[in-house]
Design a protein around this ligand. Sequence first.
Ligand SMILES: C[S@@+](CC[C@H](N)C(=O)[O-])C[C@H]1O[C@@H](n2cnc3c(N)ncnc32)[C@H](O)[C@@H]1O
Length: 213
Amino acid sequence: MRVPYNPNTVKTFASSSKAGFGKVPDLERGKVPEDWWYFPVVARMHSERTGYPTQKPEALSERILLASSNPGSLVADFFCGSGTFPLAAARHGRRFLAGDVSWRAIHTTRERLIETLRTPFTLYRETTAEIPSNALTCSIVVSNLTLSLKDPPALDYWEIDPAWDGKIFRSAIQARRPNRSAEIPLEIKMPVAPTNVCVRAVTVDGSLIQSHV
Ligand SMILES: C[S@@+](CC[C@H](N)C(=O)[O-])C[C@H]1O[C@@H](n2cnc3c(N)ncnc32)[C@H](O)[C@@H]1O
């Protein structure tokens, strides 16, 4: 990792050949960062802001990621909060594992990943808490690879496991409500032929529900 020299340092070296006691730094390449870093917190109105209470700046995660991995590397953040680190990983072509104990963290992370990623990711959830089943009160129509919801309740997010094993939900494809509109897509094309479909949804009031088709 290199960071730009302070503009005053650049000026000093440009104006005096004696600066630095004859040692001329590579001003173009920049310098190795100090062992303390300054990153402002994510401001209240910043577009990065998710509302997650302990969210860190993307630039901070990015620096750690770029300094310690290569494209294609597998990186992990088991306390991912709002998903800043997996987001940086996805942007820079790293494979990633991310986890968090909190449901809100997982929901925020997957929302951010869906906004950024073009390829699907898999979401595993292990919990002892029951998710209300057959609680998606609408008809679910499967036709070949397409699954549609007819007159669902107001949803923030929904996802499909086309081959649900009844235990671990492997989210193969997702739809989310866009930030500036209430219109969530109600039709999804599944990436593989369905064998045992389970649909999970988060309602606009934040409840997690599911229905087995
Ligand atoms: C400082 S926050 C991480 C913030 C994150 N870097 C971001 O940018 O949003 C720490 C996270 O650790 C999670 N956490 C705390 N104890 C945990 C545990 N035992 N297992 C998994 N996650 C845990 C919290 O839910 C919280 O989201």
